[in-house]
Ligand binder design. Structure first.
Ligand SMILES: [Zn+2]
Length: 176
């Protein structure tokens, strides 16, 4: 499954998961089911509260690795995650894609199989510098800036429009 996604796709999936985490005083916990992860975790309808807690814990460890990776600590942490889940590369056919598999039966391990190598690929592709946090008021959504000029400030057209309207309203009368 992993290798059908580009490093950009894998980073976007990781950022979508990271965006569900709570931020003190600003944002509530948004990961209440594994449905959001259905793209990478098919058949997790019967996820338990423990499964969700496991995925939240993985998410919270991945967040700093994609948002602002510490050049000294982050590689050690990402390698440690790969080791904790016992990830190893596997192939199913000559010319087929490389997948990473974990012997851990928990749903969180299915997420780790995709996300941990995904972050590694994103780092290797030099995408870390393209990760931004939305600049709109009240929005802290992280996103991958894949614009040609690398000059996106907002996570979505919705935030962009909202801020443009606000700037327009705040413009003093008579200003150009
Ligand atoms: Zn936003």
């Amino acid at each position: 499954m992993t290798s059908e996604h580009s490093p950009e796709d894998l980073l976007r999936i990781t950022l979508a998961l990271v965006a569900t985490r709570p931020l003190a005083g600003a944002w509530p916990e948004e990961l209440h089911s594994l449905e959001r992860l259905s793209e990478i975790l098919p058949g997790t309808e019967d996820a338990t509260a423990t499964d969700i807690a496991d995925v939240r814990a993985l998410r919270d460890r991945l967040a700093p690795l994609v948002l602002s990776p510490d050049p000294d600590a982050a590689p050690v942490e990402l390698s440690a995650l790969a080791e904790e889940f016992g990830l190893r590369p596997a192939v199913d056919s000559v010319g087929g894609p490389i997948r990473h598999v974990s012997p851990d039966p928990r749903p969180v391990a299915r997420a780790a199989e995709v996300l941990v190598p995904g972050v590694m690929l994103a780092w290797a592709a030099g995408l870390t510098s393209r990760v931004r946090v939305c600049g709109a008021d009240g929005c802290e959504t992280p996103f991958l800036d894949s614009s040609h000029r690398a000059n996106r400030h907002y996570c979505s057209p919705r935030c962009s429009t909202r801020m443009r309207v606000r700037r327009h309203r705040e413009r003093p009368p008579g200003a150009a």
